[in-house]
Design a protein around this ligand. Structure first.
Ligand SMILES: C[S@@+](CC[C@H](N)C(=O)[O-])C[C@H]1O[C@@H](n2cnc3c(N)ncnc32)[C@H](O)[C@@H]1O
Length: 281
């Protein structure tokens, strides 16, 4: 069987049932490139290895392209698990493996978990019904600026909807786009097109390393983000939400106090070890 297991965003966000399932796998591929798991994926790898599991810390090459065939053929005879920070199918490329497995008649199980998408919405004070398309802002590559995020923002703003934007990470090369870089990219596209979708007074909700012990959520104007020095940002995953121009009164009132929204980290590494050894005994 091929099992896709969501790890949630962090140690105390991993569903207990999914943790148990991890210990039932015969071989585990831990996706270490599509997202980040806090405090770090090595901790989870250590626990699994110490309990005798066969674990591959999977880089992109291990789970994409020709490597997939090998995994699929192994999963005819063994329980192979692909474990992913966040939800396995939210903003990842794993659906290609899933459809290939289904096409080949391989038994598949999906164990979803929370994702930056629902955690971000949940902690943002905004109502899910008022979110438009989600998009990822990426760096220009080979001089080519990827303009789609701006199109999405424009469309969502026309419809008076909120826009959740994931910011590119490249874990293998230690690159984490920060909100300032994302805003600069959007403003540059706006400038090239001569449009006025995002203004300097617009407010941006910044989600920084949510669910980690130093995770934060705060609101800041475009102008203030542009005044920040890149050094003020950490090597963390960021997501931004650009709220609709007109807010529901409840959203507006909540946003005024968003700095007071807390997430209290409750499980440390030692406790995770205890839980894991309890599950695995
Ligand atoms: C390719 S997506 C994968 C999402 C993942 N599958 C999930 O369900 O959460 C990775 C992007 O999600 C965002 N992200 C992931 N974890 C985050 C966190 N803890 N805080 C803020 N943004 C996060 C970042 O924008 C990052 O580039």
């Amino acid at each position: 069987m091929l099992r896709f297991i969501g790890l949630g965003l962090s140690i105390d966000n991993i569903p207990i049932g999914n943790l148990k399932k991890l210990f039932e796998c015969q071989k585990i591929f831990i996706d270490s490139y599509t997202s980040i798991w806090f405090p770090n994926i090595d901790l989870l790898v250590d626990i699994l290895v110490k309990s005798g599991k066969s674990v591959v810390v999977a880089r992109r090459d291990d789970l994409e392209g020709s490597a997939i065939r090998r995994i699929l053929s192994e999963s005819r005879d063994y329980d192979i698990c692909i474990a992913t920070p966040g939800d396995p199918f939210i903003a990842t490329t794993h659906s290609a493996i899933l459809s290939e497995a289904l096409r080949m008649g391989i038994a598949v199980e999906i164990s979803p978990s929370s994702s930056i998408v629902n955690v971000g919405i949940s902690m943002s004070c905004l109502q899910i019904y008022r979110f438009g398309k989600i998009v990822t802002v990426v760096r220009p590559k080979n001089g080519i600026v990827y303009e789609y995020p701006f199109d999405v923002l424009k469309l969502n703003r026309e419809l008076n909807l909120h826009t959740l934007m994931l910011l590119e990470i490249d874990v293998e090369n230690n690159y984490y786009m920060n909100p300032r870089e994302a805003i600069e990219i959007l403003l540059e596209i706006q400038r090239m097109r001569g449009e006025e979708i995002l203004g300097k007074d617009d407010k941006i909700i910044v989600l920084e390393a949510l669910m980690s012990s130093s995770g934060r959520i705060y609101i800041e104007s475009v102008e203030s983000i542009l005044r920040r020095s890149p050094d003020e940002y950490r090597f963390y995953p960021y997501t931004i939400i650009i709220p609709a121009r007109v807010l529901h009164p409840i959203e507006r009132e909540c946003l005024e106090n968003i700095d007071r929204v807390l997430y209290i980290h409750s499980i440390n590494e030692k406790e995770l070890l205890n839980i894991a050894s309890y599950i695995f005994r």
